[in-house]
Every structure is written in structure tokens, then in C-alpha cells.
Design a protein around this ligand. Structure first.
Ligand code: BEZ
Length: 221
């Protein structure tokens, strides 16, 4: 059972974890960097193996965005080490990010990663933790379905872009069907902002379908 439910906007709870790269203190050891912390149901399982290879192959893309990866499952550290050794020997991919060993499920339960459908292992959870230790997004996938790594990377990049420009990003950004790679100006929340948006639309600072649906080109920033 979950001990508590964490949500977007919460500070990631302070904890010390044992990993394949030694002891880590979360979130402090990652201050100034983003962290994608993801759980998998178990070592030596096929879907998880495909995910680990996919995470590793995209690791340089995460690192380019100041982001580290960390895995977690309810397994011993030696099992993680044997499994990653198998992955390297058989699939030619060395796993270079740390994996939390959580044999008693203490960390997994704290993070709400053990769900009703499968009470002795974690579902496929993904926490996006920003450079100040705040939880910015949480995904959960079932054990039967491997994660879409490109969506995880896209969400990370969109969060960082949204923070930088103080703008929101549309469905499937940067390939949205209506406004392409442009970003959405937060909807006017009062009459004064509505008048402001209409003026910005007149001067070409933003494009609008209406006063509550305005967007702009990030390249103009
Ligand atoms: C897998 O990773 O292959 C897997 C793990 C748990 C349940 C089903 C599949």
C-alpha cells in the first residue's frame, strides 16, 4: 500500500538510498540537475530489459538537458549488477546510470510505485524531479507495457522550455496539428489581461484565435 501520495508540485521527500553506484541522498545529491527516477517491476524480465537499453541509448540526450537517470526495483543490489552485466554481455549495452536496490520495497512504497494490481513489485513509475528537488511530472505505466522513451524525453524538454519562456506547450509539441512548434501564451485571467492580449495580437507580438487562445513563436523570444 502507498504510504502517501506525492503529487506534482511537492518537494521530493528526503531519503538515503542504496544504489549500484553506492549510497545517494535524494534529492540533495542532484541539486542543480534534473533527475528522472523510474521504477521497473523486476530484474531479468524482458520488457524491463528493453526499457533499460532504451533509457541507456537516450542517456546522452537526457544529459544534454542537464538530467540524470536512476532506476529502481524491489531487488537486491547484486541482482541489479548481475542483470546489467547480462545486458552488457548479451546486448552490448553497458548500463551506466545507478539503480536503487530496494529489497524491502521501502522506497517504492514511499513513492507510491507499488499498485493494487501487483503488490510485490513496482509498476513502471517515472518521476521528473527538477533542479530544485521539486516533482514536476509523474507517469505510471502497467507492468505489461514498456514506456515510450521519446515521450519521457519530450516531456522533460517541454517542462524545461516552459520554465524558460513562461509559456505553455500544446499537444504533441513541437509537432502540434494546429500551431506547430509554437508555444501558448497563458490564457488571460481577467479583463485587463484580455485587453492586453488583444493589443498584443494587433501589434503582432502574439497570434490569437481568440483572446483566450494566443500563441507565439519561441524563436522570436
Ligand atoms: C517484463 O519486464 O517483461 C515484465 C515484468 C512484469 C510483468 C510482465 C512483464
Amino acid at each position: 500500500m502507498n504510504e502517501r501520495s506525492l503529487s506534482i508540485g511537492d518537494q521530493f521527500p528526503e531519503m538515503t538510498v542504496q544504489t549500484t553506484h553506492g549510497t545517494k541522498t535524494l534529492p540533495d545529491d542532484y541539486e542543480g540537475r534534473w533527475l528522472i527516477l523510474f521504477s521497473h517491476p523486476g530484474d531479468f524480465t524482458p520488457v524491463c530489459t528493453t526499457e533499460f537499453v532504451a533509457f541507456q541509448q537516450l542517456y546522452p540526450e537526457f544529459q544534454k538537458r542537464g538530467t540524470e537517470l536512476m532506476g529502481l526495483s524491489i531487488d537486491q543490489v547484486q541482482a541489479h549488477m548481475k542483470w546489467t552485466e547480462w545486458i552488457e554481455q548479451n546486448l552490448g549495452v553497458p548500463i551506466t546510470f545507478p539503480i536503487i536496490a530496494d529489497p524491502l520495497g521501502t522506497v517504492a512504497n514511499k513513492l507510491g510505485m507499488v499498485h493494487k494490481a501487483r503488490q510485490t513489485s513496482t509498476v513502471r513509475g517515472v518521476y521528473f524531479i527538477d533542479d530544485k528537488g521539486m516533482i514536476r511530472a509523474i507517469f505510471f505505466y502497467p507492468a505489461e507495457v514498456g514506456r515510450g522513451l521519446k515521450e519521457i524525453l519530450r516531456t522533460l524538454y517541454a517542462l524545461q522550455t516552459s520554465d524558460h519562456y513562461h509559456l505553455a506547450l500544446p499537444a504533441d509539441w513541437p509537432n502540434n496539428n494546429i500551431i506547430g512548434d509554437r508555444a501558448i501564451v497563458p490564457p488571460a485571467a481577467n479583463e485587463q489581461q484580455k485587453a492586453e492580449r488583444l493589443k498584443q495580437a494587433e501589434t503582432g507580438e502574439v497570434d490569437c484565435f481568440d483572446w483566450w487562445f494566443c500563441y507565439k513563436n519561441l524563436r522570436k523570444e
